[in-house]
Write a protein that binds this ligand. Structure first.
Ligand code: FES
Ligand SMILES: [Fe+2]
Length: 365
């Protein structure tokens, strides 16, 4: 996206402007799939950031990831077979262990090259954590940052839903994090009405460096028009929300009795297609009943966001002038600003510096 289309309506320096539109940040963990969907001794194909990834779970339960193109002629390895230990390419039967080492090239006579020891399939770091599978996309192979994690409820993944948005990652991320659209996009006679809009003040702080580049909306009592929460948790909860680049939002809500955590992660499939994943954790009773109620609700919510984002995308295709207002759009500015800082840090081979300082933001929603 071009900077010049965005008008600053405030005294802020113009460094938030949308100069990194659609760039897919590398050297980061991306949400690949819920762990329960990957059975032992099976593999699946995923495209992440335009890269073909074979995700597999070995017979011993360990998750692994290979570049899903055969080093011989490029066939998708995930179209072949997997016996729980080795992947076999469907075209000429080359075989690969889960660490990428080649174990068989059936067409080669003993005196010919290459032999299996000469060939290696590329691997990706994969991690299974709290019921989710993450894949690290980037050149780095060691000293990887920790995978995102929810507090308190890590062993209680109750529900995962996902949806594909036909837009780049930036539009998906800023569409989901936007704080002022709820009363319009998610309007509901049950829990959110347009006339419930009121002024809010929220304290923000930078994310601790060890957790990556991002920010935190400090713990606060959920607002009175978040009735969905109150219904769900049986009382007004305290909520804390963090956002971490490239695309992970973690929310923790708690009442004296119960906890709820939501992990939302956007994964670019390609430059203009993004998967939105939402993993939900809770410790309330009657989990199966709640799951049955929550699944369609969660899908409806995300689909409302999807349609809102696609409408914005359709408008932006006309290259209109736009504006980012204070303070309702401040998190959108931060997102772009941090993304630019991450790209600069990667280009200069230095650790990123978080430019966010503690601040209270005010908006009506
Ligand atoms: S393309 Fe995979 S073995 Fe030939
Ligand atoms: Fe939304």
């Amino acid at each position: 996206m071009d900077d010049s289309r965005h008008t600053d309506t405030t005294q802020n320096p113009p460094d938030y402007r949308l100069g990194v539109g659609g760039v897919m940040l590398r050297d980061a963990w991306y949400y690949a799939m819920p762990a329960a969907a990957l059975k032992r001794s099976t593999t699946v194909h995923r495209t992440l950031l335009g890269e073909p990834v074979l995700l597999g779970r070995a017979a011993d339960g360990k998750v692994f990831a290979l570049r899903d193109t055969c080093p011989h002629r490029g066939t998708l390895l995930s179209k072949g077979s997997f016996d729980g230990r080795e992947v076999e390419c469907p075209y000429h039967g080359w075989r690969f262990a889960t660490d990428g080492s080649c174990t068989a090239i059936p067409s080669q006579a003993a005196a010919q090259r290459p032999q299996p020891q000469d060939v290696h399939a590329e691997t990706f770091a994969a991690a299974e954590h709290q019921g989710n599978i993450w894949v690290y996309i980037g050149a780095r192979k060691t000293q990887l940052p920790p995978v995102p994690e929810v507090p308190v409820l890590g062993d209680r993944l109750q529900l995962h839903v996902s949806m594909t948005f036909a837009c780049n990652i930036d539009l998906a991320v800023i569409g989901l994090m936007d704080p002022a659209h709820g009363a319009f996009v998610h309007r509901s006679s049950l829990w959110r009405k347009a006339d419930s809009i009121h002024e809010k003040h929220k304290d923000f702080s930078p994310l601790p460096e060890s957790e990556g580049l991002g920010w935190c909306m400090d713990r606060h009592t959920a607002s009175r028009n978040s009735r969905a929460y109150s219904l769900f948790l049986g009382g007004a909860p305290e909520t804390e929300i963090s956002y971490r680049l490239p695309s992970v939002r973690i929310e923790h809500a708690r009442t004296p009795k119960y906890n709820y955590c939501g992990l939302t992660a956007c994964t670019p499939v390609t430059a203009d297609t993004t998967e939105v994943h939402h993993a939900m954790y809770w410790d309330l009773p009657a989990a199966p009943v709640l799951r049955a109620i929550m699944r369609p609700m969660a899908l409806r919510f995300i689909d409302q966001d999807r349609r809102a984002v696609l409408s914005m995308q359709e408008g932006l295709a006309f290259n209109p002038p736009t504006m980012l207002v204070q303070d309702a759009d401040t998190q959108t500015r931060w997102y772009y600003r941090l993304k630019r800082e991450m790209l600069a840090a990667q280009a200069e081979a230095r650790p990123p510096r978080n430019p966010i300082t503690p601040v209270t933001l005010t908006w009506c929603s």
